[in-house]
Design a protein around this ligand. Sequence first.
Ligand SMILES: C[S@@+](CC[C@H](N)C(=O)[O-])C[C@H]1O[C@@H](n2cnc3c(N)ncnc32)[C@H](O)[C@@H]1O
Length: 250
Amino acid sequence: MTKQRTEEWTKSYNDDYFNRQFKTPYRSTVKFCEWLEKIKIIDSESNQKILDIGTGKGSNLYYMKKLYPNCEYLGLDINNDFVEEGNLFFKNEKIDSCKLEFGDIYKLDREKLANKYDGIISYQTLSWLPGYEKPLEELTKLNSNWLAFSSLFYDGLVDCKIELSEFENESTDTPSNKTFYNIYSLPKIKHFFAERGYTKFQFIPFEIDIELAKPEHSHMQTYTEELKNGTKIQRSGPLLMSWYFIIAQK
Ligand SMILES: C[S@@+](CC[C@H](N)C(=O)[O-])C[C@H]1O[C@@H](n2cnc3c(N)ncnc32)[C@H](O)[C@@H]1O
């Protein structure tokens, strides 16, 4: 793989996306945690050490800390501003079990991070990287008991490499933003983990149970549409958002 382009995370990003989750976590975060509890990975009594990759400002850790108060959390992100803002937030809230640090999923500090964590989580990040192979290779080398992700997947032997370009107006040829929205094949991911000793693999589609209004603008923002059978599908711009939660265990 060529080097990851990181501008979309360090130069131009939607601050509101990160900030509003501190007040109201995304439905996917709530449902992801419910699922982890249902399959007996974590509960309110757990005292696990959890590593969150692509943590943003740490809002998901804040939510998890409220649900699982005895766990200890470290969030890694390549955006130093997010790390600083998140740490300030936790300091102001007098929470010392959630810490954020700079960390690049492509170059993790194995000496410091390997064999230290019970679980690794990553919300809404894997599909926004150029691919899954190198990031998952790095993460499996940290040797945690389990790794769980919310991202875009497909329950078949098809991988989609999707890179979108967003434009300010129709006369510009230079996109104002470029982002990946890759969809990864679940059987391929399952095989990838199994080859690295994570032989137990579970997944579930994230079926949203609330309505999200279609935005006025035509840029990327998730909204729901109801099918005849009552199922809600999620769209964002031109894409169908095939959200899944997955977990790999030893
Ligand atoms: C779509 S955001 C999701 C943030 C957060 N998990 C959430 O659910 O709000 C993706 C995050 O991954 C971070 N990121 C992108 N590339 C990364 C890398 N190579 N290593 C670590 N974090 C990365 C971005 O800075 C951003 O905060």
